[in-house]
Design a protein around this ligand. Structure first.
Ligand SMILES: [Zn+2]
Length: 358
């Protein structure tokens, strides 16, 4: 029995956890609001809680003492966004991307600029005058905060201020929509797992910074934790929509509703096959849905840097399939999300040093 039973139907307080985390703003390098919120939420659950020099939130949830395995679990706090690079005389704001953004989906998006969250819109000429099909590069886009002069725009906004998507979280029945589910959904799962009964081993938890700009925080966290193995809780691209009717069997990356995604390979990692097998075995035995991410040389997670830390760390990623990743409106299945925590809970309770034997 767990203190908070993990089911595949998230309760109201679980959905509230997702809502609160998705709506917090924490563009890479400025994760403070997310970190403060999570620290508050987990303080009572952990035996050790620190903020390391780069801003990772590191905690230890003591186990029952049955196992001395050092197990690391990581989820990144940062989200993709933008950064102010200049001001134009007409009062609009120049910007650059922070993390991977697709210039094709930016025009017309609502954003929040700077620490005061000043609302703005990414400029786009209306269809009446815009006859071009070309993508406007990010360097040519501007943010309109309704200011009519440079002086006015600079009032409360500075160079280097972060810009986040302005997108409230909503529930859509079996799914939810929000802006920063990558990777606040992983952070929320990690919090739920910390609320569960203690595991046989001490769980070393890292809520990391700067994943979206190069997996930077996780590298520092793993150096300090020196784990025997690592599990990364992430979000991954779901592209399961029809493309061309003449090609009904188009390749999908992951399927919405197919369960949490076990990554075999991506651009940065080959997941440790022993941990992949363990997850599969446990998932099958417990009847928890799961799927593979179509192996491809794209995307990356904190596992990409954790597995190369110190003498090497066997690592694996378990991710929530999300549509429209790195945009303002991600859509994710609540059941997939709930099963991410269930799969890891089951895997950790069955984890012994034998799992790593060759
Ligand atoms: Zn992510």
């Amino acid at each position: 029995m767990t203190e908070q039973p993990l089911t595949d139907k998230p309760a109201t307080h679980d959905r509230d956890l997702l809502r609160d985390l998705s709506e917090l703003i924490g563009v890479s390098g400025e994760e403070d609001a997310v970190r403060d919120w999570i620290a508050c939420e987990i303080r009572e659950l952990v035996d050790d809680l620190i903020i390391d020099p780069v801003g990772n939130l590191l905690a230890v949830r003591r186990g029952t003492g049955e196992s001395d395995l050092r197990v690391m679990a990581a989820a990144h706090m940062d989200e993709v966004g933008m950064i102010v690079t200049g001001f134009d005389s007409d009062g609009t704001i120049r910007f650059s991307n922070v993390g991977g953004l697709d210039a094709r989906i930016l025009p017309g998006s609502r954003v929040l600029v700077g620490p005061d969250h000043i609302p703005g819109v990414i400029l786009w000429p209306p269809i009446h005058v815009n006859k071009s099909m070309d993508t406007v590069p990010i360097s040519n886009l501007r943010i309109d905060i309704g200011s009519l002069s440079k002086n006015n725009a600079q009032n409360g906004i500075e160079l280097g201020d972060r810009i986040a998507f302005d997108s409230p979280f909503i529930e859509l029945g079996p799914t939810v929509r929000g802006k920063a589910l990558d990777d606040r959904a992983g952070c929320a799962s990690l919090i739920k797992l910390m609320q569960a009964d203690p595991f046989p081993f001490d769980l070393h938890v890292a809520f990391t910074v700067q994943e979206e700009v190069g997996l930077r925080g996780a590298q520092v966290a793993a150096q300090r934790i020196a784990p025997d193995m690592a599990f990364v809780l992430e979000t991954t691209a779901c592209h399961d929509l029809p493309q061309d009717e003449s090609e009904p069997d188009h390749t999908t990356i992951t399927q919405m509703g197919g369960g949490p995604v076990i990554t075999v390979t991506d651009r940065t990692t080959v997941s440790d096959p022993r941990l992949v097998r363990h997850l599969l075995r446990v998932g099958d035995a417990a009847g928890i849905p799961h799927q593979f991410r179509s192996p491809m040389h794209a995307g990356g997670t904190d596992a990409g840097t954790i597995h190369r830390t110190r003498g090497g760390v066997p690592s694996v990623t378990v991710a929530n399939p999300c549509r429209y990743l790195h945009g303002p409106n991600l859509i994710m299945s609540l059941e997939d999300w709930a099963n991410q925590a269930r799969l890891l809970d089951a895997a950790w309770r069955a984890l012994t040093p034998d799992v790593l034997s060759r």
